[in-house]
Structures are given as structure tokens and as C-alpha cells.
Design a protein around this ligand. Sequence first.
Ligand code: BGC
Length: 393
Amino acid sequence: MNTIFKTFSAIFLPVCILSLAACNHKAKNTSTASTMTDNSTPVTLPPSSGFEKTIDGKKAHFYVLKNKNGVQTALTNYGAHLISLAVPDKTGKLTDVVIGFADIDGYKKAMSAYYGATIGRYGNRIANGHFVLEGRRYDLFINNKPNTLHGGQKGFNDVIWDTQQVNDQTVTFTYLSKDMEEGYPGNLSCKVTYELTDDNAIKISYEATTDKTTVVNLTNHSYFNLNGAGNGSILNHVVQLKAAGFTPVDITLIPTGQIAPVAGTPFDFSKPATIGSRIEANDEQLKNGKGYDHNFVLDKHDITSPVATVTGDKSGIKLEIFTTEPGMQFYSGNFMPGSNTMPDGKTDDYRTGFAMETQHFPDSPNKPQFPSTVLKPGDVYKTVTIYKLSVGK
Ligand code: BGC
């Protein structure tokens, strides 16, 4: 982090929005910070040099999207990460609601937490790192003993994606995952598009095709703190979740295969409840997850109505999640280490962020009773998830 940035951070925090570069277009390397204003709030922008790097022979860059309301989001084609999302709180103050870092090194250091990453080829765990598909066994790298987590040793979060910037509010990243990369069959051609809409939503559209039968489960792993990244615990955030069931897990966080009703358990968020209200309950599943780290089986829905709503107790910022996916991993930041530093000096402390990872269910390749994650040649994998931010009711 350069001195100018440190100085600006110290002066303008908490109002400065970190990790944003020049408006609208791929940021150029800048050696000085710049200040821009929207209607109400000054925003200090750091240099983007931390993301302008060559990795594995491919170039990483930093991108900023901006909508007509002055809402901004920063992204990088390194792991197709969402770095920053600055939205107004109830007083109109722009607040960065996702945890992110100032440079690629920050992401590499915090890799096992997958902050803001695009996850693939398979989101969440595959039991004991193997599965059988069309009669053949495939062995994966075990990176979360005894299981494979979020794509294995070098998942989609740790590769450079190609970029096609569509317009000021949209960017598309593409990646070709080669046949047998991380042990998965088939050349998988992937596309993820981030669109910042004028109703202050991030719309993430995923697409993939393959030349051999494979499994695929892509998601985004952003950690939200709706009071502002680094601004304390998320335990007083209020959650409402439309899911009558969830998939209980064993001690290694692999689903047992059952779908259990949430009614009468700490997993019932059908009425609004704070994350913290029952998280310490004497409940076997909460113990296995060390908090919430479970796949919720979403009630029948389509992309037009939210499957979940979360509100920041201090900021009044409301997050609504819309998805075409059948499940969502609600993860309450139980493994956040506290050892990673954000650009403003704040750290990623225990339960200061939560993730809502829309997905197919964990370990589906070994659980024929779960919705299928198999993709065949000629078929197109397509999913959409929208994270919409607003204030008020
Ligand atoms: C998993 C957690 C894991 C976290 C970060 C979540 O999706 O379910 O168990 O600790 O990602 O790796």
C-alpha cells in the first residue's frame, strides 16, 4: 500500500470507498489517489496498481462499474473477484458492504476464505475428494481434509480470467477450464457477467458448456457486512430466508443426504431473526458448522422474488437475494481468521462478514437424491443471482 493511499485512508475513512479506480472503464495504473463526488458524499479512490499484474503469463486488471445513482463496484479478472460495492446507507453515506483487499497479494494471503471470489468448478464440498460419473471415478485434490472445497487446489478463484468489458455497467469474464484440470473431466468453457443495474443491484450471470460430461456448480463468495466492511460483528444483522428445509451436515460439513425441516430449529428464518439470536444454541448442526455453514433448500421460487433479505442493524442497508439456484449456503463467517487486513487497516475478524452463496447442494455428485449438477456436451449451464441493495423497508 503506498503512502499516499495510507494518508488518504486515514483522513477520509470511514467515508472513503476503497479499491475503486477511475470511473466506468478499466482503471489505468495511477500513482496518485483521486477524489470524486456523487450527489452527496465525497469518495476517495485508491490507485489500482495492486491489481495490475501478470500472473501465470496472463494480465490481471482492476475494473470499476458505476450506475446513474453513483453506486460503484470494483472487480478484478483475477479469480473474477468482486472487490468492493459502495452503496448509500440510511443517511446517504456511501458504505462499502463487501470485504475486499487492496491488491492481489491480499487475496492470495486470504485465499482459504475465498473473499468475493468466483468459485468453480464445484462450489462447496465434495466428500473425500472423489465422485463417480458415467461409471468412471474422478479424484480431486483434497484441500479441506478429508474433502475437496470450492474447486480444489487452484480453483477458479485463483486463475486469471479473460475480460470483455461490455459497457460502463457490465463486465464479462471468461475462463476455459481444461479437461482434467483439478481432476474434473471435460474442457469447461465458463462465462460470468457482472452487471451493476440502476436499481443498485449486482446481477451475476453464469454460463458454461463442456465437451465431456462433467459436474459444475458456480457461485460467488462475497462476504457482506451491511454496516460496512470491517465495521464489527454481523450477529445483529436481521435475516429472513424462504427455506423450509436445509441439508444437515456431518462433522466435516458434508451433507448427510437428508433434507431436514427448519421448523422449530435455529435454522428457521421464515420470520425475521438476527443472525446471533440462536447461533450459540445447543444444537448439533450448529456445532457441526461452528455456527451457520449450511445449505438451505430454497422454497419454490423464481428470479422475480427474493429468497432472502438481510438488513444491517446500524446502516439500515438491506440486501435482497434473487436466484435461479435451488440452494444457498448461509455462512456466518465462522472461520474468519482476523489476520487479513483491509485497505483501511481493518481486519477480517471472526463473524464480521456473512456469505449467501447461491448454489446447487454440496456433494451433489455423490448424492443422487439432490438436484443434478451434471453438465453434458450440447447442454448449457445457466444460472443467475442478484444481490440488490437498498435502504428502508
Ligand atoms: C464453506 C465454509 C468455508 C468457507 C470459506 C464456505 O462456503 O461452507 O465451510 O469455511 O466457505 O472457505
